[in-house]
Design a binder for this molecule. Structure first.
Ligand code: FE2
Length: 323
């Protein structure tokens, strides 16, 4: 059974963009951000990196954690980051437990609540007239086009993909990390620097969102307890719905089928990513960084946000995208 596509939304995606997103599971929208906006978001990123105080940062100890119990400091720092701005370091910035890069060149990502706590990033969520989005690509308009009734924003982050050490990201589906029953996640991914084959651009398995089920999920080892007692995270089998509601997706294509298509994009480009779509990126071995900003939306109406998900809602709930 399939549902009819939602009617066109003023200021949202065009019918042809919707067709492409439904067919491929991702959509590239060049020039979604003006150069001035890109500059402002990069300036904010640099300012955040400059403000990082490594002397009090738990991940400087996390890398040498092991049996000492320090791992749990790192676990709680991660699990508690959903409503904060925190810094996560590149594995290859350390040699034998020692940080060997300046902090600006050591951070893998900054997250996961920039969409609330950073004014320049928060502004991206405003409607077109008040935001820095070019007309037609404001997140609310896009979400309306995609049929979201009550989209909520979560897991916003800057990913630096540092020169020479920016780590590879293996094939994955975002709904494994932000699971709702049924799945509903969509990623908004903004290039703030050009993303190329050399510096580790994204690549996608087109159409895999229609065949690749959400088979496993990243969860807290213990749910309903303080972050310090959650025991970190683990992958478990998904026993809930494996595809978004009403799309008629059934066939399981698996992770290894088909050919990944790289998406080299210019700074200012927005890429929308379906939560079931398989995607990945290679390690950045080049001398050029690849700074991007991404956040996700989930449907709050008619779905259940899983209480074991690594990211749990703050007291007031996840950020509403619609005013
Ligand atoms: Fe992803």
């Amino acid at each position: 059974m399939t549902t009819a596509p939602p009617p066109p939304v003023a200021g949202g995606l065009t019918p042809s963009q919707l067709t492409t997103f439904d067919r491929d599971g991702y959509l590239v929208i060049p020039d979604a951000l003006s150069p001035a906006t890109v500059d402002a978001l990069l300036a904010e990123t640099r300012s955040l990196l400059e403000g990082l105080d490594l002397s009090t940062h738990p991940l400087t100890r996390f890398s040498t954690g092991g049996d000492s119990g320090r791992d749990h400091v790192g676990d709680a720092y991660f699990l508690g980051s959903g409503d904060k701005v925190r810094f996560f370091l590149e594995e290859d910035a350390f040699v034998e437990g020692e940080l060997v890069r300046p902090k600006e060149r050591a951070v893998n990502k900054i997250g996961h609540c920039l969409h609330e706590l950073s004014a320049p990033f928060r502004q991206l969520l405003l409607p077109d007239a008040q935001s820095n989005n070019r007309s037609g690509s404001s997140p609310a308009a896009v979400a309306r086009s995609l049929g979201f009734a009550d989209p909520r924003v979560l897991q916003s982050m800057v990913i630096c993909k540092q020169p020479e050490i920016g780590g590879a990201v293996p094939p994955h589906q975002d709904s494994c990390f932000l699971y709702t029953d049924p799945p509903s996640a969509v990623g908004f991914w903004y290039a703030l620097e050009d993303a190329t084959l050399q510096n580790g651009c994204l690549s996608f398995l087109p159409g895999s969102h229609r065949g690749a089920a959400i088979r496993s999920r990243l969860v807290r080892s213990r749910a309903g307890v303080p972050d310090e007692e959650a025991g970190g995270t683990e992958m478990v089998e998904n026993e809930g719905a494996a595809f978004p509601r009403g799309k008629g997706y059934v066939e399981d294509v698996g992770a290894g089928d088909g050919e990944y298509v790289p998406a080299e994009v210019k700074a200012g480009t927005l890429v929308l990513i379906h939560g079931n779509l398989l995607h990945k990126s290679e390690k950045n071995l080049s001398q050029k960084g690849r700074i991007i900003y991404t956040f996700h939306i989930i449907e709050a109406e008619g779905t259940v946000y899983d209480e074991k998900n690594w990211l749990q809602p703050p007291a007031g709930g996840f950020t509403k995208l619609y005013a």
